[in-house]
Design a protein around this ligand. Structure first.
Ligand code: MEZ
Length: 547
């Protein structure tokens, strides 16, 4: 298929400006990055977080009064999908020490840490298959300050600067301190990181990083990490795995401690009661809610189930007013709209260009700033934009990402060797990204906020409950930097598993209860919010929708 003649003609403008851009990079000259004031102004004018018309006030629960995107409020204001009367808590199907809900990077890390700490009875319950998770979809890398010119303190400052200075300090400290340990742990388990001939880890810059600390495995870093964690989990006799069994509500005991969860067995179409001394929720994020109609990079199961269950259980949420739109989602061809084009491509030298073939933003601005600049470049002038986007045959508007710069700057064959996943994806559609640029536009990528946790991954509000991975909030403030999510799943997954392991011997559970779920439904009804909607939704509903 490839590009049609109209787009090919526009590509000649990209090619025409390329020699001067390459020469500038070789001289060490880069497009000017924005001042803090300019960033603030740009974000307020163009970032979707600041679209007041797409948000409303939440009317129930601990965060009542917070203003979140409509799709998220719809979820959080729904009654429970569990009919409490249909569950017999006297009939326990699984009685375990540790229940882990979610089988992605965070869930597997938690299981391995708990198993290492001697917990012998661990159950991972997952909605799809083990490893069907955003961890698997992550491409460009994982950050860790493990080189001589770097330190966890510098990493800390980058994280907080990227997070619009809103991050919770204790959890950021945990993230950056554990990072070098996580890289060593993953390598020991078998992750094949990119290295130079002498065995040194190859590292690159991501947006907003002041040191090259992005460790990668080609452009399939998440898949490589997930493969390794999954293999290790599957070898451990202490870890049982239940697939196609999403959790629908957390169970508490009569004293209000977490005591397991009600699962829904998708094959048998029946509820399953799990009693557990400790429970880890690692269900991922909300990409499949398609906030504000954006396409997403996320896997099919990313429907914020953990947020809904935690909220029903009385957990506070933090920073959900902000969401991450990855600047480089594919918008052409139609079959791949919304899919991730890794930021590592820009770390390696690719630049953003408008329809005239002009640069308009520094390629390694933080994601919130880069996405806002792209949205401004594409928006028509009557909406305050510059109207300089490229229009695709189906009418989408996007920006060029000039990937051929990479081979010119780093040597022929680099795109093919360092970005095998993207090279192949585009090659399947007749586009050689080492010779032709890609067309991109921001896509919904990450849930910046989530459930409030302590630095040991324990819940601030419910004893015996732990959160790890995208469902947890506070770490990334209002904008996460690239490579800190693969890191976060491992850091807080391991911390959750270790913390639960330390707690388990002390836990005495009382009678199981779903009283909090009954009360939740009452609150929703009292607020006059009863509707057809119930949560968690478990799967996105695409009937009648074009994304
Ligand atoms: O951390 C991420 O979101 C990531 C590594 C994405 C990417 O651009 O590759």
């Amino acid at each position: 298929m490839g590009y049609d003649p109209g787009l090919k003609k526009l590509i000649t403008r990209v090619e025409a400006s390329r020699p001067a851009r390459v020469a500038a990079v070789k001289r060490g000259e880069h497009f000017r990055s924005l001042t803090l004031e300019e960033r603030d102004e740009l974000l307020k004018a163009f970032h979707p977080d600041f679209r007041a018309d797409a948000k409303r006030e939440l009317r129930v629960g601990l965060n009542k009064g917070a203003v979140y995107p409509n799709e998220l409020v719809d979820l959080l204001e729904s009654r429970s999908r569990l009919d409490v009367a249909a569950v017999d808590l006297e009939r326990v199907d699984y009685d375990v020490d540790l229940l882990i809900v979610g089988g992605g990077g965070a869930g597997c890390s938690a299981a391995l840490a708990a198993s290492d700490a001697g917990v012998e009875d661990i159950l991972i319950a997952t909605k799809l298959r083990l490893g069907d998770a955003n961890t698997m979809m992550a491409e460009g890398g994982i950050q860790a300050a493990d080189k001589e010119n770097d330190s966890p303190v510098i990493h800390y400052l980058d994280v907080v600067g990227g997070g619009r200075f809103a991050n919770r300090p204790d959890v950021v400290e945990a993230l950056v301190q554990d990072a070098p340990l996580v890289i060593a742990w993953l390598e020991k388990l078998g992750v094949m990181f990119d290295k130079t001939a002498d065995g040194t880890m190859r590292t690159l810059h991501g947006g907003g990083t002041s040191r090259k600390r992005m460790h990668s495995c080609g452009d399939i870093t998440g898949a490589e990490i997930m493969r390794t964690l999954r293999d290790e989990v599957e070898c451990r006799p202490s870890i049982k795995i239940l697939e196609f069994a999403p959790a629908v509500e957390i169970i508490k005991d009569q004293e209000g401690k977490a005591a397991g969860a009600v699962l829904y067995d998708l094959d048998r179409e029946q509820y399953v009661v799990v009693r557990a001394k400790c429970t880890v929720i690692s269900t991922g994020g909300f990409g499949r809610l398609h906030l504000m109609g954006f396409p997403t990079t996320n896997h099919y199961g990313a429907t914020a189930d953990g947020l809904a269950m935690a909220y029903h259980a009385g957990c506070e949420l933090v920073f959900l007013e902000s969401s991450q739109f990855h600047p480089t989602g594919a918008i052409y061809p139609e079959q791949i709209v919304g899919l991730l084009i890794t930021e590592k491509i820009r770390g390696a030298g690719a630049q953003f260009l408008n329809v005239e073939g002009e640069q308009f933003v520094y390629p390694l601005e933080t994601r919130d700033v880069a996405s806002s600049a792209l949205i401004r470049e594409c928006a028509p002038s009557e909406k305050g934009g510059r109207g300089k986007g490229v229009i695709t045959p189906s009418g989408r508007v996007g920006i060029w990402l000039d990937s051929p710069m990479i081979d010119i700057l780093r040597g022929p064959g680099t795109v093919r060797s360092d970005f095998p996943g993207k090279f192949r994806m585009y090659d399947n559609h007749g586009i050689d990204i080492s010779r032709e640029p890609m067309l991109i536009y921001p896509t919904l990528h990450y849930q910046n906020g989530g459930v409030t946790i302590n630095a040991d991954a324990s819940s601030q509000d419910v004893e015996g409950l732990y959160f790890a991975g995208e469902v947890a909030g506070g770490i990334h403030g209002q904008n996460r930097l690239m490579g800190n999510s693969l890191l976060d799943v491992c850091v807080f997954g391991r911390r959750a598993g270790a913390s639960a392991a330390a707690k388990i011997p002390t836990v005495e559970l009382g009678a199981l209860s779903l009283e909090h779920v009954r009360k939740w439904d009452e609150e929703v009804a009292r607020a006059g919010l009863e509707s057809e909607r119930s949560a968690p939704i478990l799967f996105p509903d695409y009937r009648g929708k074009v994304m």
